[in-house]
Ligand binder design. Structure first.
Ligand SMILES: [Ca+2]
Length: 281
């Protein structure tokens, strides 16, 4: 018995050491990967001008299409798809989603407009020129933001993952994990492809990240801390006076649209009174 106890103790010690070595090795590899990532650089930008934005628009998606803005707004019973005149901020066309749909990001690829929904597991398709609905397709994940690289739709679901998706079948081809020198970068929300890089809002963070699509590394950030307070011409007291929790807590930076011909980026936030045109320095 004494021998058996001793043998058991030796086996236990052996497997404990083996486990400890493996754990240490995994941790070391993980740390080494993150430590190889340089800290993201601050990206400077210039504010060019601002345009009116509907303060009832809970912005979930923003994209430039043929010199106009396309916007998707969320919340149950208030979700919509809008084609907007940039200068006036007025909708040229507006389509309401049905009340059980919480609409999210939008993008146009090959004149088909894709509109995500949050937890409805549906992607809505439209003819981009007429905004005529073309039905819906199933989607396995939550829908937050969407853009494309001319080959794949690129979709976020509020995690640190981006789903590279076939636009014809809506099958996921590749999943990219986004990270910086501190580890995974989660809460990825509205997206925009800008000159071969993916720019993303992070939900409830007042900065935009620039992502290298070849490896998922965040290489830069655009800081928008207190941006609305510093630059808005509007009385912002409505954002704290209304009793709606969406208005008190939800009016966050969200919405990036790129006009490649002007090299202008339009940014806004949920319920913000303005859309801002900026240029990268
Ligand atoms: Ca966008």
């Amino acid at each position: 018995m004494r021998y058996n106890h001793f043998t058991s103790a030796i086996y236990f010690l052996f497997f404990f050491i083996l486990y400890a070595c493996n754990s240490t090795e995994e941790t070391a590899v993980s740390n080494e990967t993150e430590s190889n990532i340089p800290a993201a650089q601050n990206i400077s930008y210039t504010l060019i001008q601002s345009f009116p934005h509907d303060t009832a628009a809970f912005t979930q998606g923003l994209e430039v299409y043929q010199g106009k803005l396309l916007e998707s707004t969320g919340l149950y019973g208030k979700s919509s798809l809008r084609l907007i005149d940039i200068k006036s901020g007025k909708p040229i066309k507006q389509i309401s989603n049905t009340k059980e749909i919480f609409a999210e990001g939008i993008t146009v690829m090959n004149d088909t407009l894709y509109q995500l929904s949050w937890e409805n597991h549906l992607i809505f398709l439209y003819d981009a020129k007429s905004l005529k609905p073309l039905g819906s397709r199933d989607w396995n994940y939550q829908g937050w933001g969407i853009t494309h690289d001319n080959k794949s739709l690129i979709i976020s679901d509020g995690t640190d993952k981006l789903y590279f998706t076939d636009p014809a079948t809506l099958k996921v081809k590749n999943i990219l994990s986004i990270k910086d020198n501190m580890g995974p970068v989660n809460n990825l929300n509205e997206l925009e492809m800008i000159d071969e890089f993916i720019f993303a809002n992070r939900w409830q963070y007042d900065y935009i990240v620039k992502i290298d699509p070849t490896n998922g590394v965040v290489i830069g950030t655009l800081n928008f801390a207190d941006f609305l307070q510093k630059n808005s011409k509007a009385d912002l007291s409505y954002l704290s006076k209304n009793n709606s929790s969406a208005q008190i807590n939800g009016a966050v930076l969200n919405g990036i649209a790129y006009d490649s011909t002007k090299k202008s980026i339009y940014i806004t936030g949920k319920l913000w009174p303005e859309v801002y045109e900026i240029k990268l320095q």
